[in-house]
Ligand binder design. Sequence first.
Ligand SMILES: Nc1nc2c(ncn2[C@@H]2O[C@H](COP(=O)(O)OP(=O)(O)O)[C@@H](O)[C@H]2O)c(=O)[nH]1
Ligand SMILES: [Mg+2]
Length: 444
Amino acid sequence: MESMLTDPIVALATPPGRSAVAVVRVSGDGALDVVERVVPGLPGFAPRVATLARFVAADGSLIDRGLATVFRAPASFTGEDLVELSCHGGLATPARLLAALQRAGARPATAGEFTRRAVLNGKLGLLEAEAIADLVDSRAPMQARAALDQLDGGLRRRLEALRERAVELQALLTYQIDFPDEDDGPVPIEALRAAHGALLDDVRRLLATAPGAERLRAGALVVLAGRPNAGKSSLFNALLGAERTLVTELPGTTRDAVEAGTTCEGWPIRLVDTAGLHAPEARLDQLGVEVSRRYLGAADLVLLCVEGERALEGEERDIARDARALVVRTKADLAPAVTRADALHVSAVTGEGLEALRLAIAARTFGAGGDAMEPTLLRERHRDALGRAVDELVAASAHLGAPGDALLASHHLRMATGHLEELIGAVVADDVLARVFADFCVGK
Ligand SMILES: Nc1nc2c(ncn2[C@@H]2O[C@H](COP(=O)(O)OP(=O)(O)O)[C@@H](O)[C@H]2O)c(=O)[nH]1
Ligand SMILES: [Mg+2]
């Protein structure tokens, strides 16, 4: 466990810029004394009550009138003495307040330092700290929901139940070790093998949520493909509509694709359109199917746009055969509705079929089971640790046979338990902490 810094730290908890209110936090030993130099009378304020106060600079000039709330240790987010100051937003006032607090003795916090202290003081679990970061970073409702579920203990409960079973198995194995002469020990070896097999299955099942979770974190990559004039760009814009969050022209010699973030049914989607092929060598492609090869390979879903009822030809057929492809019939407003088969018919002009297409995109990229969202492994740290637990459980299997070795099986089970505990945060090593807080922002 790392040595614990407890000196007073200060940071802006809200994003800089124009806003009605900004919040500055100070935490650490002596935080109240530090803040008193800026907020006269603060140590006398009732704890956990917002008190209207004057914030003053060292020269006695007024910085702002605002609210001060004192949280005395251990009843605070960090577990330390903590003060929250609400001042008016904007660039000038919070900056002056921060400067005054630093002058009064607080050090600017490093990224994630508040949350790190909360974890080290036992106020917050490691999984919950990660969940807070993910919640703050959420762009799509379903990302927020997964993070909130983790904050609410969904993943923790599941992991603790798995850990419990691993520990029980170790206990049962101990009998095998203590009574090696009894043919079967008090627990039949078959029962041990069955319990071990079920545990391995369940850990693997949880690990299998990882690819979906990665997609949830990054957004599913949905690529528009089709011939020139098939209506890709129009569909791109229609799907983004008001929900367009970001459009970037991708750097490169041929500016061949644009990507925009959006959501379908609450799921995060990265939609990619080929932005027209400007480079001379693109002439060949212009006769065929417009699509960025780079994106096609990485796509979770390819929307192959084909006008009306036209039969698929050449390269279109190749793409349509791919399991990740979905044929979208465009320009539905131009075609009579009678001949329509089961394909998706959409019109970027009238908006027809767009809702059905959104549903299809969500179903194809994230599956249908949105309502029964399982705890998932949102982070690489989770996947690594659980992967190592699986390896140890597999290694234990080899020693649970008829000529087995209970001692070795027990050793691997203990290692698996250790990986689960590291994942839960029961034991927190320095490098694990460093990894968790690496991508936190200052003020969290
Ligand atoms: N009537 C109608 N025209 C469309 C529709 N979508 C696209 N178009 C037209 O078809 C042409 C090609 O569209 P565009 O989106 O640029 O196709 P892209 O080359 O595949 O990106 C343009 O003239 C569009 O106005 C549609 O849903 N209905
Ligand atoms: Mg286009």
